[in-house]
Design a protein around this ligand. Structure first.
Ligand code: IMP
Length: 425
């Protein structure tokens, strides 16, 4: 491995944290290239549970340089708190590197995220309310504040005041809120500069030099393919590009540098927030998936919507990311079901869809065409070799592989670090 991309192949929460953690063991650099503290990565090390939202999970390994790229949006308060938490657990965060070009999440972004959602009422996106969307809006409207601006108080204050003129108009006139004062925000954010100074760097150069040296670089996507601003179920998406293409722009390296793209998919599927979800189970079976799979958001604690594996969406993820392989997670959760289903196509208004429909209206009316497989009804969480899995579980994995058209190279059967079955090389 020189440069590997690891992305979510579904709507996020596929268990990427665990696979990243395993791959980080042999990595030199681990990079986040999009998103912010809307992501939640839970890693279990022995008895300890780590929930990281912004810092790449590679930070747990002393040889890894964790990098937050320009494609990310950074809430400095959260970043500093996360570094403090790591220090408190005897993990050294001094190696964390941050792109000077990453955009900063400001208090008015958080505020606008929350009031806009309230304003949308029933049509709300169900965002994490961390200010992600409004921060990216400012980036693309070219009024955003970047990490490098924190180190120039004059420029920072000018940008803040310009922004506040506009945001306060929106807050007061559109959303009926109190205006925000520049001074306390400036004092707070300029205070972060000293704490972050040693971490800020030219992240594109750092990663490029690492690749040139032959170091092993892992790009860790947050959220998932179907939440991508371009390729997801718009508008019920996040505001960045979690798909593999986002790596190039989100750190500043060319696509030729990437040689492996792993898509992480759960053995079933889940989604938090609103939006179409063809295989959603709003019945007892779905409720059992939530309970058995512990399907509650790491960031917001929200209950996730669950359903059977969607092979139409998975094939789509293979295509738009150019996946070379799949890591299938949480197979152990399916051990509790007498039969397991996979959606192999959709039926929408009398028409069959083998490919992910490009039109949202079609997606909303999709009924999944299922194939049903026998369950295995055996605890597989202690299995460490694929050939020791019950035949029905092996066949399920092989069928996923066949439907996706790429190999399933890893199967996760439990939360522990070693509960991963590798298949071939
Ligand atoms: P935002 O990213 O906070 O703007 O939220 C937009 C949509 O993406 C909402 O449906 C969120 O629930 C979803 N979302 C954002 N981050 C994650 C994640 O890490 N896992 C799963 N869903 C997410």
């Amino acid at each position: 491995m020189s440069a590997t991309v690891l992305i979510g192949a579904q709507w996020g929460d596929e268990g990427k944290g665990k696979i990243t953690d395993v791959l980080s063991e042999t990595a030199d650099v681990v990079v986040r290239y999009q998103g912010g503290n809307n992501a939640g990565h839970t890693i279990v090390v022995g008895e300890e549970r780590f929930a990281l939202t912004l810092i790449p999970s590679g930070v747990l390994y002393p040889q890894v340089t964790p990098v937050i790229g320009n494609g990310c949006v950074i809430d400095p308060r959260v970043l500093i708190e996360e570094m403090d938490t790591l220090r408190g657990r005897n993990i050294d965060p001094s190696r964390v590197r941050i792109s000077a070009n990453a955009h900063v999440i400001m208090p008015y972004h958080r505020k606008l995220d929350a009031v806009r959602e309230r304003y949308l009422g029933k049509r709300q996106i169900g965002t994490t309310k961390r200010g992600i969307g409004p921060a990216y809006m400012d980036k693309f409207s070219r009024s955003g504040i970047r990490v490098q601006d924190l180190f120039d108080p004059k420029i920072f204050r000018r940008k803040l005041e310009d922004n506040l003129k506009d945001k306060n108009r929106q807050l007061v006139k559109v959303y009926n809120q109190l205006p925000m004062d520049a001074e306390p925000i400036a004092a707070e954010y300029l205070g972060y500069a000293d704490l972050l100074r040693d971490h800020v760097t030219d992240a594109s150069l750092l990663v490029w030099e690492a690749i040139e040296r032959g170091d092993r670089v892992l790009f860790e996507g947050a959220q998932g393919t179907l939440l991508d601003i371009d390729h997801g179920t718009y508008p019920f998406v996040t505001s960045s590009n979690p798909t593999a293409g986002g790596v190039s722009t989100g750190i500043g390296i060319g696509p030729r540098s990437i040689d492996r793209v792993i898509g992480v998919a759960k053995a079933y599927i889940s989604r938090v927030g609103s939006g179409p979800f063809p295989t959603e189970l709003e019945d007892e079976t779905g409720a059992r998936m939530v309970d058995i799979g512990g399907e509650f958001g790491t960031v917001t604690g929200r209950r996730r919507r669950c359903g059977w594996l969607d092979a139409v969406a998975l094939r789509y993820a293979v295509r738009v990311n150019g996946l070379s392989e799949i890591a299938l997670t949480k197979l152990d959760v399916l051990s509790h079901f007498d039969e397991v289903k996979i959606a192999v196509a959709y039926d929408s208004l009398g028409e069959r869809y083998d490919n992910f429909p490009r039109q949202q209206g079609v997606l909303y009316n999709c009924a999944p065409v299922y194939e049903t497989h026998g369950g295995w009804n055996t605890d597989i969480s202690e299995v460490r070799d694929f050939s020791d899995l019950p035949k029905a579980a092996q066949q399920y994995v092989e069928r996923v592989e066949e439907l996706a058209g790429v190999p399933v190279s890893m199967v996760s059967v439990g939360p522990a670090r070693d509960a991963i079955l590798s298949r071939g090389d």
